[in-house]
Design a protein around this ligand. Structure first.
Ligand SMILES: NC(=O)c1ccc[n+]([C@@H]2O[C@H](COP(=O)([O-])OP(=O)(O)OC[C@H]3O[C@@H](n4cnc5c(N)ncnc54)[C@H](O)[C@@H]3O)[C@@H](O)[C@H]2O)c1
Length: 256
């Protein structure tokens, strides 16, 4: 018997990086997975890989900034996969997208998943929600430029990213409290820097890669599978008494 046998999960941002690795892990652990992403082809590719691994899956295009689409994704998961027990609000953009887009995707997108997802899970007898926050939801970010030159202007996008991710941690606690007696657990996962397409440009040069690695006491970036492993635990019944936490999976980044 696998850890997630019999469960159905919706993963947003499942077409790439952490979302893809997590969808694959959920599938390998026995869950049926709806892979949703703005990039429909990416979502389809992930769903195909879940199926290749023996898991049940489906794919759909989803823009998490559109509230009605998020509602539609929740309904479609129930219709196509026969239930809903877990939601990972993971879709996100990195720095450089400007305030409005960053807040719309990284904060409002998670909010819609929480408002409609928590209520639906409660009505259906309970479940688990996992929001992908970041170490940037717990502490501020130090850019390479600012570290080298205190007079350098703020890195573009750092403020909006940190604000959105701190917001995700706050929403996680708020919804965890509200739904604690209705069988819905709500947690956040806070990755350090992870090797995904999102961070590819941050680690393009050797110097930049060394700087980013040095922010983590373990001396390296993380792999998406290392987030997926923690995510699978947090949505599983093994985590039945865990709600409202923001779990750092960060190679020690926030330990100092
Ligand atoms: N990579 C890291 O170092 C890191 C660290 C901490 C937190 N995170 C967070 O992890 C999550 C996943 O990031 P990743 O590194 O896997 O990045 P990624 O770019 O590999 O994947 C992000 C996915 O989200 C999708 N997406 C973007 N906007 C969307 C929208 N409006 N609706 C639906 N899907 C949308 C993209 O198409 C993409 O497939 C994000 O929330 C990110 O902020 C990443």
């Amino acid at each position: 018997m696998s850890r997630l046998d019999g469960k159905v999960a919706l993963v947003t941002g499942a077409g790439s990086g952490i979302g893809r690795a997590t969808a694959l892990r959920f599938g390998a652990d026995g869950a049926a997975v709806m892979c949703a992403d703005l990039n429909e082809r990416g979502a389809q590719d992930t769903a195909a890989r879940v199926a290749e691994g023996g898991g049940r899956s489906a794919a759909m295009r989803l823009d998490v900034t559109r509230e009605e689409e998020v509602q539609g994704a929740l309904r479609r998961t129930v219709d196509e996969l026969g239930g809903l027990h877990a939601i990972m609000n993971n879709a996100g953009v990195g720095g450089g997208f400007g305030w409005d887009t960053t807040i719309a995707v990284n904060l409002s997108g998670v909010y819609y998943g929480l408002v409609h997802g928590a209520q639906l899970l409660a009505e259906r007898g309970g479940g688990a929600i996992l929001n992908t926050a970041s170490v940037a939801g717990l502490v501020g970010l130090v850019g390479a430029q600012a570290a080298a030159d205190p007079t350098a202007p703020p890195a573009p996008g750092a403020g909006s990213y940190v604000a959105a991710k701190h917001g995700v941690v706050g929403l996680t606690r708020q919804f965890a409290l509200h739904y604690a007696r209705r069988g819905v657990r709500v947690n956040a996962i806070c990755p350090g820097y992870i090797e995904t397409p999102m961070t590819a440009n941050l680690t393009a040069s050797e110097d930049a890669a060394r700087f980013i690695a040095s922010l983590h006491p373990m001396g390296r970036l993380g792999q998406p599978e290392e987030i997926a492993a923690a995510a699978s635990f947090l949505i599983s019944d093994d985590a039945s008494f865990i709600t409202g936490i923001a779990l750092a999976v960060d190679g020690g980044y926030t330990a100092r």
